[in-house]
Write a protein that binds this ligand. Structure first.
Ligand SMILES: [Zn+2]
Length: 60
């Protein structure tokens, strides 16, 4: 069996990782907007988005 053929078969069998749901979507407790987990902040025990956490106006 030619090596190329073997390679082709293996490629087809490779399963792609699921693309959906990389991050959880949380709901901002302040404005109710959906916010991706890495962009959410905990403020006084509540999940808030960056604008509500005041992190857009504090220069970063
Ligand atoms: Zn918010």
């Amino acid at each position: 069996m030619p090596a190329e053929e073997l390679y082709e078969v293996r490629q087809v069998e490779v399963e792609l990782p699921p693309l959906a749901r990389v991050f959880d979507t949380l709901i901002c407790a302040e404005c109710g907007e959906p916010v991706m987990e890495p962009r959410a902040r905990l403020q006084e025990g509540r999940v808030v988005c960056l604008p509500c956490a005041g992190q857009y106006s504090r220069g970063w």
